[in-house]
Design a protein around this ligand. Structure first.
Ligand SMILES: Nc1nc2c(ncn2[C@@H]2O[C@H](COP(=O)(O)OP(=O)(O)OP(=O)(O)O)[C@@H](O)[C@H]2O)c(=O)[nH]1
Ligand SMILES: [Mg+2]
Ligand SMILES: [Zn+2]
Length: 293
C-alpha cells in the first residue's frame, strides 16, 4: 500500500496510511540507495502488524523543497510576525524566490496582529501577486482565510524562529500538540523550539501542513543567474520585454530600464522588494564571479 512519510525519528520513518500511522524501517536495498525517504515522500509500504511496517520504495517525487527539506509540496506559506520577532522581509523574499524557482504558490502570513498592526506589509506582497493573510493565533480558531488556502494542499510553513509556525499547527491539529517556545523578552528572538520537519495530516481539510524549524539565514536556491533572477520576482517579469535591453537587463540602474523608470516610480514594485532584489543580485553576481574565475 501507499502512504506518506510524515516524520523521521531515530532511524524510523513514520508513514501515514489513511488514518493510520505506521512506524517503519526502510527495506535493506532502499537504505543502500543514495535516495533515502524524506518527509513528504509517497512510499510503498508493507504492514507488519502492531503499527509497524517496512518502506519498500519511494514513488517518483513531484518536487523537493531543499530547505526546509520536504518532498511533494504544493505551496509555501511564509510565516512572519508583526513584531516579536521583528519581520525580516529579506528572509521572506528568500523563501518566496525558492518557491518561485520550484513553481510553487507562495502565501505570506503575518501573525501576531494582536501585538501590532502593520497594514502596510500587505501591499508589499499583494503587489507582487501573493496572497497575504494578516492575523493572530491567540484565539481558538485559525484565521479563516488561512484555512481556505490550506484546503486540499501540502503546505510548508517556513520562517524565522518564534513567528508561530507550531502554534498554528497546534490549532489546526490539536492532537499532534507540537511544542511551542517562548520568544526571548530581551532579544525578541525565538528559541528554535522545533528541531525537525514534521508533516501533519488534517483530515477535515484533506490537507498536509509541514511544521519546520525556524531559520535566520537561507541560501538562495541553485540555478539563479544575474539575468534570470527577475523572473522569480513576479512583479518584475513584465520588465523583460519592456526594458531597453530586453532580457539582457539586470534592472540595477541601466539607462532605459523599465524597473527603474516605470515600475518603481509608479509603485508597481515595492521598494522593500526591490531592495531584496538588489541584495540577491549582488549575491548571485559574487557567485558568478567566483565560478568563472
Ligand atoms: N501574542 C501572540 N503570540 C503568539 C501568536 N502566535 C504565537 N505566539 C507565541 O509566539 C511564541 C513562539 O511560537 P511558536 O509557535 O513556538 O513559534 P515557531 O515559529 O514554531 O518557532 P520555532 O519552532 O522556534 O521555529 C509562543 O510563545 C507563542 O505562544 C500570536 O498570534 N500572538
Ligand atoms: Mg516551532
Ligand atoms: Zn531593466
Amino acid at each position: 500500500m501507499v502512504g506518506r512519510v510524515v516524520r523521521l525519528l531515530a532511524g524510523y520513518y513514520f508513514v501515514q496510511v489513511g488514518p493510520a500511522l505506521l512506524r517503519c524501517r526502510a527495506r535493506g536495498r532502499l537504505r543502500l540507495q543514495e535516495d533515502t525517504p524524506c518527509v513528504g515522500d509517497m512510499v510503498e509500504v508493507t504492514a507488519l502488524g502492531e503499527g509497524e511496517g517496512v518502506v519498500q520504495s519511494i514513488l517518483p517525487r513531484r518536487n523537493v523543497l531543499e530547505r526546509p527539506l520536504v518532498a511533494n509540496v504544493s505551496q509555501v506559506v511564509v510565516v512572519a510576525a508583526m513584531t516579536s520577532p521583528e519581520p525580516n522581509l529579506i528572509l521572506v523574499d528568500r523563501v518566496l524566490v525558492a518557491a518561485e524557482v520550484l513553481g510553487l504558490r507562495g502565501i505570506v502570513f503575518f501573525n501576531k496582529t494582536d501585538l501590532q498592526q502593520r497594514g502596510e506589509l500587505r501591499g508589499i506582497y499583494e503587489k507582487a501577486g501573493y496572497s497575504v493573510i494578516l492575523g493572530s493565533l491567540t484565539c481558538e480558531d485559525a484565521p479563516s482565510e488561512l484555512l481556505d488556502v490550506l484546503r486540499g494542499q501540502t503546505s510548508v510553513l517556513a520562517g524565522q524562529s518564534g513567528v508561530g509556525k507550531s502554534s498554528l499547527v497546534r490549532i489546526l491539529c490539536p492532537q499532534s500538540n507540537p511544542p511551542v517556545g517562548e520568544v526571548s523578552a530581551k532579544t525578541r528572538h525565538g528559541r528554535h523550539t522545533t528541531r525537525h520537519v514534521e508533516l501533519h495530516y488534517l483530515p477535515d481539510y484533506k490537507a498536509f501542513v509541514a511544521d519546520t524549524p525556524g531559520f535566520s539565514r537561507l541560501d538562495l536556491p541553485e540555478g539563479l543567474t544575474s539575468l534570470n533572477l527577475a523572473e522569480y520576482f513576479p512583479e518584475m517579469r513584465s520588465a523583460r520585454e519592456r526594458c531597453r535591453f530586453g532580457g539582457d537587463c539586470r534592472h540595477s540602474g541601466e539607462p532605459g530600464c523599465e524597473v527603474k523608470g516605470v515600475l518603481l516610480p509608479s509603485c508597481a514594485i515595492a521598494p522593500e522588494r526591490y531592495k531584496s532584489y538588489l541584495a540577491f543580485l549582488e549575491e548571485v553576481r559574487l557567485q558568478e564571479r567566483s565560478r568563472y574565475k
